[in-house]
Design a protein around this ligand. Structure first.
Ligand code: ZN
Length: 315
């Protein structure tokens, strides 16, 4: 199998969503409240469909079930990763995700969720919530019960090109004016801690999960240590953002023609800027901003040509 596998994304409308998935990525979105593009997904709540080639029409989940050799024969009932683009046109609820052990026990065998964010673009002065200031579980419970959110929540200023690693147990929220590529474990389990007392169009508050949140929040919060590794040639720059138990994530910046070697069980690639081509032996595939594809096991050597930026990940 020497073909890249391209996917059609799934869109999810959200109360905090906007229209940037159309204006920036030219996707055909369902409404101007589209919050999430599930770009590479085998999650039952939204499966990517293969858009061309030998396996056209199959979902990623079906491919994982029936052609495990394309993924290097990896074990596991579920495809491990999920790639999304999020358009936060408003603040998202403040939330936390469980780890694998807690999710397995409390959420009917779901996986936990460790995620990470690459800031594709954001408003000037944009920020996000990343961590908290409680020094003990008692202090955390007290601040939650008092609704002392301004003291509890840790706010961070962000800019285009920033990267955040968000392990399970981290209190977090994207805030208004942020466009993000998210690489995460294949899970949809979220515990909502605080929703700004917002009401929906029916006057209802969204459900909170305070007890589960208190169970899983790690105390105290320890900020990520940032030490990105970069390798450059004349035509490419590869930045490794994180290498964790769940995924390794890179940014590839291409300027000209650059060679790569796919030596992992599989590689997930998303073009977030620019355009160009993927060249594999005699075949050439067109890439544009918003293209998402998987390079299977044994894909080996290939070239990328053009001016573009990609976010790339593997297990
Ligand atoms: Zn999250």
């Amino acid at each position: 199998m020497k073909q890249p596998i391209f996917f059609s994304p799934i869109f999810q409308e959200r109360i905090w969503g906007g229209d940037k998935l159309k204006t920036e990525f030219h996707y055909d979105i369902p409404s101007n409240k589209t919050g999430e593009c599930w770009a590479i997904s085998a999650h039952p709540n939204g499966q990517s469909v293969i858009s061309s080639g030998l396996y056209k029409g199959l979902t990623l989940g079906e491919l994982w079930e029936s052609k495990r050799e394309l993924f290097g024969g990896l074990d596991g009932e579920k495809f491990p990763l999920l790639i999304k683009i999020l358009d936060a046109n408003d603040d998202l609820s403040v939330q936390v995700h469980p780890d694998d052990t807690y999710a397995n026990q409390h959420e009917k065998g779901e996986l936990g969720k460790t995620e990470c964010w690459y800031i594709i673009d954001c408003d000037e002065d944009a920020e996000l919530i990343f961590g908290h200031h409680a020094q003990s579980k008692e202090m955390l419970a007290e601040m939650i019960e008092e609704g002392n959110w301004s003291s509890l929540l840790r706010r961070v200023k962000i800019k285009k090109g920033d990267f955040f690693y968000v392990p399970s147990g981290t209190v977090h929220a994207l805030c208004k004016g942020t466009l993000v590529l998210e690489t995460q474990q294949n899970s949809d389990t979220t515990y909502r801690l605080y929703d700004y007392d917002r009401r929906d169009e029916h006057g209802k508050l969204r459900e909170l999960h305070l007890e589960k949140s208190k169970d899983v929040v790690k105390v105290p919060f320890e900020p990520q240590k940032v030490a990105f590794q970069t390798e450059s040639t004349d035509t490419k720059k590869v930045t490794k953002f994180v290498e964790s138990n769940y995924f390794t994530v890179y940014k590839w910046e291409i300027d000209g023609e650059a060679s790569f070697d796919q030596t992992y069980p599989f590689l997930l690639c998303s073009v977030i800027e620019g355009e160009g081509f993927l060249i594999k032996e005699k075949e050439t595939y067109t890439l544009e901003k918003g293209s998402h594809f998987l390079l299977p096991y044994d894909f080996k050597k290939f070239e990328l040509k053009g001016q573009m930026q990609l976010i790339v990940s593997h297990v």
